[in-house]
Design a protein around this ligand. Structure first.
Ligand SMILES: [Zn+2]
Length: 287
């Protein structure tokens, strides 16, 4: 295999492995189930498709109820630990989401996970777990889309590994950060400032560096801001992104590759943005 495809394949395989390992708060078993459900349901679930067909009459603030009563079929046992309704909304109905959906999803994830473990009953614990679910599903959607977009060729979709046994890194949000709050005016997700991260926090075997997500702090306007609450999955994303996207250093794309191609790359950053815009348009038309 040529060097560049081999490099991309290796980083995809590694990311898929990481997604099926224990995360910050979720077990490898649950993360692997989320990945499998995402691979199966994305763009194929007839119920989600039906909701998209009637999207003009869907009230975004009501999306949670619409999905719950939509009759989705789940590929994982017990409706993917009860999380299937969250997975389907994330992978198929992102354009219909709202702050209300986000709040209801956080509560639902908390209830589902509480069935098998004792979770501290705080808002930050709810949000942190939802952030990890979103990160895992989002990356699985990206991997799946990558392989579905390729013509028959040397790159084959890697098999999804079984969930790796072992405990997640943390048991409470308090171990990880002091504060996790919505950042007003910049969407309805939660954000994290670097000064709120517990000093000396170790992520993926190394001290967590906030610079990985932002130069100085997790600013609301930084595109990495949305990854901040999913610390280890966000770090995995950055490593992967540096191979498949524009090379990234200290959480920022290297600006010199805006108009110049990075070594071995077919596109510069501007070209990549064109492709991304084309993909978004294609996805918007697929329903
Ligand atoms: Zn569905």
């Amino acid at each position: 295999m040529a060097k560049r495809p081999a490099e991309i394949q290796a980083t995809n395989v590694k990311l898929l492995e990481e997604l099926c390992q224990p995360g910050d708060f979720l077990t490898g078993k649950i993360r692997a189930a989320l990945v499998r459900e995402t691979f199966k349901a994305t763009a194929t679930c007839p119920s989600c498709r039906k909701i998209q067909e009637g999207r003009d009459s869907v009230l975004k603030r009501d999306l949670w109820n619409v999905v719950c009563s939509g009759g989705c079929t789940f590929h994982e046992p017990e409706e993917c630990y009860g999380l299937g309704v969250v997975v389907h909304a994330l992978c198929n109905l992102q354009n219909l989401m709202s702050e209300e959906w986000y709040k209801q999803a956080a509560e639902h994830v908390f209830k589902c996970l509480s069935a098998t473990e004792k979770i501290p009953d705080t808002q930050a614990d709810r949000m942190a777990r939802l952030a990890e679910v979103i990160a895992v599903v989002g990356l699985a959607v990206g991997l799946r889309a990558f392989y579905r977009s390729l013509p028959e060729g040397p790159l084959e979709e890697p098999p999804i590994p079984a969930g790796v046994e072992g405990n997640p890194r943390y048991t409470s949000a308090a171990e990880v950060f002091n504060n996790l709050e919505p950042r007003e005016g910049h969407g309805w997700g939660v954000g994290l400032k670097i000064e709120d991260v517990k000093p000396g926090l170790m992520v993926n075997g190394a001290k967590f560096l906030g610079e990985e997500f932002s130069k100085r702090k997790f600013m609301a306007v930084s595109p990495m801001n949305k990854w901040a609450p999913a610390l280890s999955t966000g770090s995995n994303f950055l490593r992967w992104c540096s191979v498949v996207y524009s090379p990234i250093q200290h959480g920022y794309e290297t600006p010199s590759f805006l108009f110049k191609k990075a070594p071995g790359r077919a596109l510069n950053r501007v070209g990549l943005e064109d492709v991304a815009a084309g993909y978004t348009t294609a996805v918007g038309c697929s329903f």
